[in-house]
Design a protein around this ligand. Structure first.
Ligand SMILES: *[C@@H]1O[C@H](CO)[C@@H](O)[C@H](O)[C@H]1NC(C)=O
Ligand SMILES: *[C@@H]1O[C@H](CO)[C@@H](O)[C@H](O)[C@H]1NC(C)=O
Ligand SMILES: *[C@@H]1O[C@H](CO)[C@@H](O)[C@H](O)[C@H]1NC(C)=O
Length: 323
Protein backbone atom coordinates (compact mmCIF):
# COMPACT_ATOMS: atom_id res chain seq x y z
CA UNK A 1 0.00 0.00 0.00
CA UNK A 2 2.67 2.39 1.12
CA UNK A 3 4.88 1.59 -1.87
CA UNK A 4 1.90 1.90 -4.19
CA UNK A 5 1.15 5.32 -2.70
CA UNK A 6 4.74 6.41 -3.28
CA UNK A 7 4.62 5.09 -6.80
CA UNK A 8 1.36 6.96 -7.48
CA UNK A 9 2.88 10.15 -6.09
CA UNK A 10 5.86 9.61 -8.38
CA UNK A 11 3.58 9.15 -11.42
CA UNK A 12 1.64 12.30 -10.54
CA UNK A 13 4.93 14.16 -10.22
CA UNK A 14 6.05 12.90 -13.64
CA UNK A 15 2.77 13.85 -15.31
CA UNK A 16 2.82 17.30 -13.75
CA UNK A 17 6.44 17.75 -14.75
CA UNK A 18 5.56 16.92 -18.35
CA UNK A 19 2.27 18.87 -18.48
CA UNK A 20 1.51 19.73 -22.08
CA UNK A 21 -0.41 22.85 -22.89
CA UNK A 22 -2.08 23.69 -26.19
CA UNK A 23 -0.15 26.07 -28.43
CA UNK A 24 -1.66 29.54 -28.62
CA UNK A 25 -4.80 30.44 -30.56
CA UNK A 26 -6.10 33.91 -31.35
CA UNK A 27 -9.23 35.18 -33.08
CA UNK A 28 -12.15 32.73 -33.45
CA UNK A 29 -10.93 29.93 -31.16
CA UNK A 30 -14.25 28.45 -29.97
CA UNK A 31 -14.79 25.20 -31.87
CA UNK A 32 -16.17 21.68 -31.67
CA UNK A 33 -14.73 18.79 -33.72
CA UNK A 34 -12.26 20.80 -35.80
CA UNK A 35 -10.83 19.63 -39.15
CA UNK A 36 -7.81 21.55 -40.42
CA UNK A 37 -6.17 21.51 -43.84
CA UNK A 38 -3.76 23.85 -45.61
CA UNK A 39 -4.80 25.05 -49.07
CA UNK A 40 -2.06 24.14 -51.50
CA UNK A 41 -2.57 27.13 -53.84
CA UNK A 42 -1.81 29.87 -51.29
CA UNK A 43 -0.94 28.23 -47.97
CA UNK A 44 -4.10 29.44 -46.18
CA UNK A 45 -5.20 27.24 -43.27
CA UNK A 46 -8.87 26.23 -43.39
CA UNK A 47 -10.61 25.03 -40.24
CA UNK A 48 -13.99 23.31 -40.45
CA UNK A 49 -16.07 22.55 -37.36
CA UNK A 50 -19.42 21.35 -36.02
CA UNK A 51 -22.22 23.95 -36.01
CA UNK A 52 -23.27 26.72 -38.38
CA UNK A 53 -23.88 23.99 -41.01
CA UNK A 54 -20.17 23.25 -40.90
CA UNK A 55 -18.44 26.46 -40.03
CA UNK A 56 -15.42 27.54 -42.07
CA UNK A 57 -12.67 29.68 -40.55
CA UNK A 58 -9.35 30.66 -42.10
CA UNK A 59 -5.96 31.87 -40.90
CA UNK A 60 -2.48 32.40 -42.29
CA UNK A 61 -1.02 30.53 -39.31
CA UNK A 62 -2.24 27.71 -37.04
CA UNK A 63 -1.97 30.09 -34.10
CA UNK A 64 -4.37 32.49 -35.82
CA UNK A 65 -5.83 34.96 -35.87
CA UNK A 66 -8.71 32.75 -37.06
CA UNK A 67 -11.52 34.49 -38.95
CA UNK A 68 -14.96 32.93 -39.42
CA UNK A 69 -15.94 32.93 -43.11
CA UNK A 70 -19.38 31.26 -43.00
CA UNK A 71 -21.02 27.89 -43.66
CA UNK A 72 -19.83 25.16 -46.02
CA UNK A 73 -23.35 23.80 -46.57
CA UNK A 74 -25.60 26.79 -45.81
CA UNK A 75 -28.81 25.12 -47.06
CA UNK A 76 -28.27 22.01 -44.92
CA UNK A 77 -27.64 18.52 -46.28
CA UNK A 78 -29.72 17.01 -49.08
CA UNK A 79 -29.75 13.78 -47.00
CA UNK A 80 -33.34 13.41 -45.82
CA UNK A 81 -32.70 12.53 -42.17
CA UNK A 82 -33.20 14.23 -38.79
CA UNK A 83 -30.13 16.40 -38.26
CA UNK A 84 -29.78 17.51 -41.89
CA UNK A 85 -29.72 21.12 -40.68
CA UNK A 86 -27.28 20.46 -37.84
CA UNK A 87 -24.22 18.87 -39.42
CA UNK A 88 -21.40 17.42 -37.32
CA UNK A 89 -17.81 16.35 -37.24
CA UNK A 90 -16.32 17.47 -40.58
CA UNK A 91 -13.31 15.80 -42.21
CA UNK A 92 -11.56 17.36 -45.21
CA UNK A 93 -9.19 15.77 -47.74
CA UNK A 94 -7.55 16.90 -50.95
CA UNK A 95 -7.98 14.31 -53.71
CA UNK A 96 -7.12 15.27 -57.29
CA UNK A 97 -8.66 18.62 -58.23
CA UNK A 98 -11.09 18.66 -55.31
CA UNK A 99 -11.30 19.07 -51.58
CA UNK A 100 -13.81 16.58 -50.17
CA UNK A 101 -15.71 17.50 -47.02
CA UNK A 102 -17.32 14.60 -45.14
CA UNK A 103 -19.98 15.38 -42.56
CA UNK A 104 -22.37 13.53 -40.24
CA UNK A 105 -26.16 13.76 -40.27
CA UNK A 106 -27.59 12.45 -37.00
CA UNK A 107 -29.08 13.52 -33.69
CA UNK A 108 -27.44 13.12 -30.28
CA UNK A 109 -27.46 9.50 -29.06
CA UNK A 110 -29.19 8.17 -32.22
CA UNK A 111 -28.06 5.51 -34.70
CA UNK A 112 -30.27 7.01 -37.44
CA UNK A 113 -27.25 8.50 -39.14
CA UNK A 114 -25.49 8.98 -42.43
CA UNK A 115 -22.14 10.26 -43.65
CA UNK A 116 -22.47 12.82 -46.41
CA UNK A 117 -19.94 14.47 -48.70
CA UNK A 118 -19.56 17.84 -50.39
CA UNK A 119 -16.76 19.00 -52.64
CA UNK A 120 -15.08 22.19 -53.78
CA UNK A 121 -12.02 23.16 -55.80
CA UNK A 122 -11.00 25.99 -53.44
CA UNK A 123 -12.78 25.44 -50.06
CA UNK A 124 -14.08 29.04 -50.06
CA UNK A 125 -17.59 29.76 -48.76
CA UNK A 126 -20.09 29.45 -51.61
CA UNK A 127 -18.04 26.96 -53.64
CA UNK A 128 -19.19 23.70 -52.01
CA UNK A 129 -21.47 21.28 -53.87
CA UNK A 130 -23.31 18.84 -51.61
CA UNK A 131 -23.30 15.33 -53.10
CA UNK A 132 -25.36 13.78 -50.29
CA UNK A 133 -24.84 10.30 -48.84
CA UNK A 134 -21.62 8.31 -49.24
CA UNK A 135 -23.69 5.17 -48.72
CA UNK A 136 -22.40 4.84 -45.16
CA UNK A 137 -25.60 4.92 -43.12
CA UNK A 138 -27.17 3.18 -40.16
CA UNK A 139 -30.41 2.93 -38.24
CA UNK A 140 -31.57 1.57 -34.87
CA UNK A 141 -30.17 -1.94 -34.50
CA UNK A 142 -27.25 -1.50 -36.95
CA UNK A 143 -23.85 -2.74 -35.79
CA UNK A 144 -22.39 0.78 -35.91
CA UNK A 145 -23.25 4.46 -35.93
CA UNK A 146 -22.48 6.30 -39.18
CA UNK A 147 -20.87 9.48 -37.90
CA UNK A 148 -17.36 10.92 -37.42
CA UNK A 149 -15.87 10.10 -40.83
CA UNK A 150 -12.18 10.20 -41.72
CA UNK A 151 -10.78 9.47 -45.19
CA UNK A 152 -7.30 8.13 -45.91
CA UNK A 153 -5.70 7.39 -49.27
CA UNK A 154 -3.15 4.60 -49.33
CA UNK A 155 -1.76 2.30 -52.00
CA UNK A 156 -4.05 3.89 -54.60
CA UNK A 157 -7.16 3.04 -52.55
CA UNK A 158 -9.41 5.07 -50.27
CA UNK A 159 -10.67 4.02 -46.86
CA UNK A 160 -13.18 5.64 -44.57
CA UNK A 161 -12.84 5.06 -40.83
CA UNK A 162 -15.91 6.10 -38.86
CA UNK A 163 -18.12 5.36 -35.88
CA UNK A 164 -19.23 6.32 -32.47
CA UNK A 165 -20.31 4.21 -29.49
CA UNK A 166 -22.37 1.02 -30.21
CA UNK A 167 -19.63 -1.25 -31.59
CA UNK A 168 -17.23 1.68 -31.83
CA UNK A 169 -14.97 2.15 -34.87
CA UNK A 170 -15.50 0.68 -38.34
CA UNK A 171 -13.76 1.07 -41.67
CA UNK A 172 -14.86 0.59 -45.27
CA UNK A 173 -13.19 0.90 -48.64
CA UNK A 174 -14.33 3.82 -50.79
CA UNK A 175 -14.61 4.09 -54.55
CA UNK A 176 -12.47 6.44 -56.66
CA UNK A 177 -13.29 9.33 -56.48
CA UNK A 178 -14.16 8.79 -52.78
CA UNK A 179 -17.79 9.92 -52.84
CA UNK A 180 -19.36 6.44 -52.40
CA UNK A 181 -18.48 3.19 -50.70
CA UNK A 182 -16.74 0.71 -52.99
CA UNK A 183 -19.28 -2.01 -52.24
CA UNK A 184 -17.74 -4.23 -49.55
CA UNK A 185 -19.08 -4.24 -45.98
CA UNK A 186 -17.60 -2.16 -43.17
CA UNK A 187 -15.44 -4.07 -40.65
CA UNK A 188 -14.62 -3.23 -37.04
CA UNK A 189 -11.19 -1.74 -36.16
CA UNK A 190 -11.63 -0.73 -32.49
CA UNK A 191 -13.90 -1.68 -29.64
CA UNK A 192 -13.94 -1.19 -25.88
CA UNK A 193 -16.37 -3.73 -24.43
CA UNK A 194 -16.48 -2.14 -20.96
CA UNK A 195 -18.77 0.68 -19.89
CA UNK A 196 -20.60 2.69 -22.53
CA UNK A 197 -18.33 1.68 -25.47
CA UNK A 198 -17.35 5.32 -25.55
CA UNK A 199 -15.03 5.50 -28.56
CA UNK A 200 -15.52 7.88 -31.48
CA UNK A 201 -13.94 10.57 -33.65
CA UNK A 202 -11.27 8.40 -35.26
CA UNK A 203 -8.52 9.52 -37.61
CA UNK A 204 -5.93 7.33 -39.31
CA UNK A 205 -2.55 8.91 -40.06
CA UNK A 206 0.33 7.17 -41.84
CA UNK A 207 3.78 7.70 -40.40
CA UNK A 208 6.84 5.69 -41.34
CA UNK A 209 5.67 2.08 -41.79
CA UNK A 210 2.64 2.34 -39.51
CA UNK A 211 -0.94 3.45 -39.70
CA UNK A 212 -1.83 5.26 -36.48
CA UNK A 213 -5.48 5.12 -35.39
CA UNK A 214 -6.24 8.09 -33.14
CA UNK A 215 -9.61 8.20 -31.42
CA UNK A 216 -11.51 10.03 -28.68
CA UNK A 217 -12.41 7.91 -25.68
CA UNK A 218 -14.86 8.86 -22.92
CA UNK A 219 -17.69 11.36 -22.53
CA UNK A 220 -17.53 14.25 -24.98
CA UNK A 221 -20.07 16.78 -23.93
CA UNK A 222 -22.29 18.51 -21.42
CA UNK A 223 -19.55 18.95 -18.79
CA UNK A 224 -21.24 22.05 -17.37
CA UNK A 225 -24.44 20.18 -16.48
CA UNK A 226 -23.27 16.57 -16.01
CA UNK A 227 -19.54 16.11 -15.50
CA UNK A 228 -18.32 12.49 -15.77
CA UNK A 229 -16.33 10.92 -12.92
CA UNK A 230 -12.62 11.78 -13.11
CA UNK A 231 -10.88 9.93 -15.93
CA UNK A 232 -14.09 9.27 -17.88
CA UNK A 233 -14.05 12.56 -19.77
CA UNK A 234 -12.73 12.77 -23.36
CA UNK A 235 -9.09 11.92 -24.00
CA UNK A 236 -7.11 11.21 -27.16
CA UNK A 237 -5.88 7.63 -27.55
CA UNK A 238 -3.85 5.89 -30.24
CA UNK A 239 -3.21 2.39 -31.59
CA UNK A 240 -1.13 1.38 -34.62
CA UNK A 241 -0.90 -1.27 -37.31
CA UNK A 242 1.27 -2.03 -40.34
CA UNK A 243 -1.94 -2.61 -42.33
CA UNK A 244 -4.73 -0.06 -42.90
CA UNK A 245 -7.40 -2.60 -41.93
CA UNK A 246 -5.61 -3.58 -38.71
CA UNK A 247 -5.15 -5.32 -36.37
CA UNK A 248 -4.44 -2.17 -34.35
CA UNK A 249 -2.59 -2.49 -31.02
CA UNK A 250 -1.53 0.01 -28.35
CA UNK A 251 1.98 0.63 -26.96
CA UNK A 252 1.45 -2.16 -24.40
CA UNK A 253 0.53 -4.59 -27.18
CA UNK A 254 -3.18 -4.69 -26.27
CA UNK A 255 -5.62 -5.07 -29.14
CA UNK A 256 -7.62 -1.96 -29.95
CA UNK A 257 -10.56 -4.30 -30.54
CA UNK A 258 -10.47 -5.42 -26.91
CA UNK A 259 -10.15 -2.18 -25.00
CA UNK A 260 -6.61 -1.13 -26.00
CA UNK A 261 -5.51 2.47 -26.48
CA UNK A 262 -2.49 4.51 -25.40
CA UNK A 263 -3.32 8.02 -24.25
CA UNK A 264 -1.65 10.77 -26.27
CA UNK A 265 -3.40 13.66 -24.53
CA UNK A 266 -5.73 13.68 -21.54
CA UNK A 267 -6.85 16.22 -18.95
CA UNK A 268 -4.05 18.00 -17.14
CA UNK A 269 -3.74 21.27 -15.30
CA UNK A 270 -6.40 23.60 -16.87
CA UNK A 271 -6.73 21.47 -20.03
CA UNK A 272 -9.81 19.22 -19.67
CA UNK A 273 -11.46 16.64 -21.93
CA UNK A 274 -9.44 17.02 -25.15
CA UNK A 275 -10.89 15.18 -28.18
CA UNK A 276 -12.61 15.52 -31.56
CA UNK A 277 -9.07 15.54 -32.87
CA UNK A 278 -7.30 15.42 -36.19
CA UNK A 279 -3.71 14.97 -37.31
CA UNK A 280 -2.02 16.43 -40.35
CA UNK A 281 1.39 16.94 -41.90
CA UNK A 282 1.90 20.70 -41.87
CA UNK A 283 3.70 21.71 -45.07
CA UNK A 284 4.71 25.04 -43.49
CA UNK A 285 6.56 23.72 -40.43
CA UNK A 286 7.33 20.27 -41.80
CA UNK A 287 5.95 18.85 -38.53
CA UNK A 288 3.01 16.62 -37.69
CA UNK A 289 0.25 18.55 -35.93
CA UNK A 290 -2.31 17.14 -33.51
CA UNK A 291 -5.33 19.45 -33.16
CA UNK A 292 -8.46 19.02 -31.06
CA UNK A 293 -11.06 20.83 -28.98
CA UNK A 294 -10.80 21.06 -25.21
CA UNK A 295 -12.22 22.79 -22.17
CA UNK A 296 -10.06 25.47 -20.60
CA UNK A 297 -11.22 25.15 -16.98
CA UNK A 298 -10.28 28.80 -16.40
CA UNK A 299 -12.90 29.79 -19.02
CA UNK A 300 -15.80 27.33 -18.62
CA UNK A 301 -17.10 23.79 -19.16
CA UNK A 302 -20.00 24.44 -21.57
CA UNK A 303 -19.93 22.90 -25.05
CA UNK A 304 -20.07 26.37 -26.59
CA UNK A 305 -16.92 27.34 -24.68
CA UNK A 306 -14.70 24.60 -26.12
CA UNK A 307 -11.41 25.86 -27.47
CA UNK A 308 -9.25 25.01 -30.47
CA UNK A 309 -5.98 23.43 -29.35
CA UNK A 310 -3.00 22.10 -31.24
CA UNK A 311 0.46 20.71 -30.56
CA UNK A 312 3.39 19.39 -32.55
CA UNK A 313 3.69 15.60 -32.33
CA UNK A 314 6.99 13.93 -31.54
CA UNK A 315 7.39 10.52 -33.22
CA UNK A 316 10.55 9.51 -31.37
CA UNK A 317 10.29 5.85 -30.35
CA UNK A 318 7.52 5.09 -32.86
CA UNK A 319 4.62 6.34 -30.70
CA UNK A 320 3.33 9.91 -30.97
CA UNK A 321 3.76 12.16 -27.97
CA UNK A 322 2.81 15.79 -27.50
CA UNK A 323 6.03 17.81 -27.74
C1 LIG B 1 -29.09 3.11 -46.01
O1 LIG B 1 -29.68 3.90 -47.02
C2 LIG B 1 -30.31 3.12 -48.04
C3 LIG B 1 -30.71 4.03 -49.16
O2 LIG B 1 -31.13 5.29 -48.69
C4 LIG B 1 -31.48 2.35 -47.42
O3 LIG B 1 -32.13 1.56 -48.40
C5 LIG B 1 -30.96 1.46 -46.31
O4 LIG B 1 -32.03 0.83 -45.63
C6 LIG B 1 -30.16 2.26 -45.31
N1 LIG B 1 -29.53 1.34 -44.37
C7 LIG B 1 -29.63 1.47 -43.06
C8 LIG B 1 -28.89 0.47 -42.24
O5 LIG B 1 -30.24 2.39 -42.54
C1 LIG C 1 -12.62 1.43 -21.90
O1 LIG C 1 -13.79 1.80 -21.21
C2 LIG C 1 -13.62 1.85 -19.79
C3 LIG C 1 -14.98 2.14 -19.19
O2 LIG C 1 -15.51 3.34 -19.69
C4 LIG C 1 -12.58 2.92 -19.44
O3 LIG C 1 -12.38 2.92 -18.04
C5 LIG C 1 -11.29 2.59 -20.16
O4 LIG C 1 -10.35 3.62 -19.91
C6 LIG C 1 -11.54 2.47 -21.64
N1 LIG C 1 -10.30 2.12 -22.33
C7 LIG C 1 -9.64 3.01 -23.07
C8 LIG C 1 -8.38 2.49 -23.71
O5 LIG C 1 -10.00 4.16 -23.23
C1 LIG D 1 11.18 13.98 -28.85
O1 LIG D 1 11.21 13.03 -27.80
C2 LIG D 1 12.54 12.58 -27.52
C3 LIG D 1 12.42 11.43 -26.51
O2 LIG D 1 11.63 11.79 -25.42
C4 LIG D 1 13.38 13.72 -27.02
O3 LIG D 1 14.70 13.29 -26.77
C5 LIG D 1 13.40 14.83 -28.08
O4 LIG D 1 14.07 15.95 -27.58
C6 LIG D 1 11.96 15.21 -28.46
N1 LIG D 1 12.03 16.15 -29.58
C7 LIG D 1 11.38 17.32 -29.53
C8 LIG D 1 11.52 18.17 -30.74
O5 LIG D 1 10.70 17.66 -28.57
Amino acid sequence: MHLLGLFTAFLIFISLASAAHPASCSGACNVHDPAVIRRTSDGTYFRFSTGNRIQIATASSLAGPWTIQGSAIPAGSIIDLDGQDNLWAPDVSNVGDYYYLYYSVSTFGSQNSAIGVARSRTMDVGTWTDLGSTGINSSTGSAYNSIDANLIATGGNYYMTFGSFWNDLYQVQMANPPVKIAGSSPYQVAFNSTGAHAIEGSIVFKHSRYFYLFFSSGTCCGYDSNRPSAGNEYRINVCRSTSIAGPYVDAAGRSCKSGGGTTVLGSQDWLYGPGGQGVFADSKSGRTILYYHYVDTRIGYADGQKRFGWNVLNWSGGWPTVA
